[in-house]
Design a binder for this molecule. Structure first.
Ligand code: NAG
Ligand code: NAG
Ligand code: NAG
Length: 531
């Protein structure tokens, strides 16, 4: 019996599966992000795994741009009303001046409150419930795209798989607590900003950092409360589900969209923090569509790429701003590729301008004729330009964009102007400065060489660490004790308090003893005087 060839074959396959462990694994990605640029990063991670031969199932709310034939897509779309609400929200944000990040974050939170509800709704969708109700489905790991949606970590527990959070930011206060990555506000500015090389953080910088950290503390508290309630709504009927507070202390790893050695901030990260910055960028560019290849190929004076991102459509711009931009750009020697949604109603006709609804941005930036990039300071676009060593002129609108733009300018990679108060002369001057002054290109090119110099590429990191979590059924052994400590213990407040109490008691004791001795001495000397 034992020597039958089929038994051998079966054993061989079983052993190969056990040893290989992570080959052809079943991976579930939950990416409910409403931001196309966040989804690109998350889908790029999923795509790398699909290319490696894994069976990847992905849940999204918007149609992803990045896909792969081995990725099964479950699309839970926004209703028409929800889509309109989103579009209106972003439109009104880009028309009012809010360069204050905290304020625009708060506004964004208020206006897109339904994101929370949507996150819970997605989890109650029949096709998503089927992922755990149908016992034929087995998942080896869950990738959970992050956006204030801790509630969905419950789904990883439902399918009984370890979870990796895919963040689309550098290490930051909103996500760090999941893996106990320290905040270190004294020398790490919030939300991934950097301190100038060779410097300490000044008093003012630390004060700003600390205040922002308090603000984000409030945001975290509020979103946590919201998620806790949603968790009850979605998973409350299942008594086998652990408490919410346990669910959020069980994340194996976080993939952060950053690369500290080139971008900063230089900070301590726990072993569960894995940086995969640049995951969305191809190692070698794809050929451009023929019209763009010709347009750029014939650009004897070089070319400029203009894209204000996927969130801010052309129609959200003030009409006179568009006219001003056109007036400047149409008079340049350089050719311009302008991302514009409505090809029926373009800002104007000019031989040196090519409008396109859709752009292979990464491939265009890789083109040697492209001299610089006019963008809205989205993290994705800046990352691509930095990767390809192209200087930038940033016109930020809202959210993290003003911060990204200022950081980019501080590094010397380009200039920034306020999109809402854009005037022709300043716009023209900024473009001329970047075209004529080589220092921007030199700085960004030297960054580019640091950014690409890594022991493992972003793609290799995603594959290695995902398979690592699959092989070891989670990464509990990597978890920092900080995950299980409250604010008082984490900052040794109780120990300071104990020391303070001991100090006070010692002082009081010392005082009493001294008083006692003095009184004895004085009363003696008084007695002596009297005698
Ligand atoms: C891939 O995953 C899906 C979802 O769990 C499952 O239905 C399908 O059978 C899997 N395919 C393979 C080849 O394992
Ligand atoms: C934590 O995750 C592991 C898988 O990595 C799972 O086996 C365990 O049940 C989870 N614990 C809780 C409390 O969710
Ligand atoms: C320049 O443009 C023409 C069409 O106007 C095209 O045939 C030619 O291939 C282009 N040259 C390059 C180098 O792309």
């Amino acid at each position: 019996m034992v020597h039958k060839p089929s038994t051998f074959l079966f054993l061989a396959i079983a052993i190969a599966t056990l040893v290989g462990g992570s080959h052809g694994a079943n991976i579930l990605g939950l990416f409910p992000s409403l931001s196309p640029s966040h989804l690109i990063i998350q889908m790029s991670a999923a795509k790398v795994l699909a290319e490696k031969g894994h069976n990847v199932t992905v849940v999204t709310v918007i149609e992803p741009v990045v896909t792969h034939k081995n990725i099964h897509l479950i699309l839970v779309p926004l209703t028409k009303e929800e889509a309109q609400l989103m579009s209106d929200g972003i439109g009104s944000m880009s028309k009012s001046d809010n360069r204050n990040m905290a304020l625009s974050m708060l506004q964004a939170l208020g206006q897109i409150d339904f994101i929370f509800k949507k996150n819970a709704e997605i989890l109650m969708d029949d096709r998503v419930r089927d992922l755990y109700l149908n016992k034929d489905n087995k998942f080896d790991v869950v990738l959970s795209g992050y956006f204030l949606n801790e509630v969905q970590l419950g789904l990883a527990r439902k399918v009984n798989a370890p979870v990796i959070v895919v963040g689309t930011l550098p290490p930051n206060q909103l996500m760090n607590s999941l893996i106990g990555n320290p905040l270190e506000v004294a020398y790490v500015p919030p939300m991934g900003d950097s301190v100038e090389r060779g410097r300490a953080m000044s008093f003012l910088q630390r004060l700003t950092g600390y205040t922002s950290s308090l603000f984000f503390g409030i945001v975290t508290y509020l979103t946590d409360r919201r998620n806790r309630n949603l968790y009850e709504d979605v998973f409350g009927d299942d008594p086998s589900m652990p408490e919410y507070s346990k669910i959020i202390k069980n994340t194996s790893l976080i993939f952060y969209a950053s690369h500290a050695p080139s971008e900063g901030p230089i900070r301590p990260n726990v072993p569960a923090a894995i940086e995969i910055g640049g995951i969305q960028i191809k190692d070698t560019p794809d050929p451009l569509p023929q019209n763009m290849a010709d347009f750029l190929g014939n650009a004897t004076d070089g070319a400029i790429l203009l894209s204000l991102g996927s969130n801010v459509k052309g129609s959200h711009l003030k009409p006179d701003t568009v006219v001003k931009m056109f007036n400047v750009l149409s008079k340049l020697k350089q050719r311009v590729i302008w991302k514009w949604e409505d090809l029926e109603k373009t800002p104007g006709k000019s031989d040196n301008i090519l409008y396109s609804k859709w752009l292979p941005q990464d491939d265009i930036l890789a083109h040697p004729k492209v001299k610089f990039f006019i963008n809205h300071a989205g993290k994705g676009g800046i990352t691509e330009a930095q990767y390809h060593g192209k200087p930038m002129l940033s016109l930020p609108v809202f959210g993290d964009q003003p911060g990204n733009a200022n950081e980019m300018v501080q590094k010397g990679f380009g200039l920034t102007l306020n999109l809402l108060s854009l005037e022709e002369p300043t716009f023209r001057e900024a473009i001329m400065e970047i075209l004529s002054n080589p220092q921007y290109t030199q700085k960004v090119a030297s960054f580019s060489s640091l950014y690409r110099d890594r022991p493992m590429t972003a793609r290799e990191s995603v594959v290695y660490w995902t398979e690592y979590v699959i092989r070891h059924h989670g990464a509990a052994h990597l978890q920092s004790p900080l995950v299980h400590m409250n604010w008082i213990a984490a900052n040794n407040i109780d120990i300071y308090f104990l020391f303070a109490v001991i100090l006070v008691i010692s002082i009081l004791l010392f005082k009493t003893v001294v008083k006692f001795i003095l009184r004895k001495f004085f009363s003696k000397s008084k007695k002596q005087k009297k005698q």
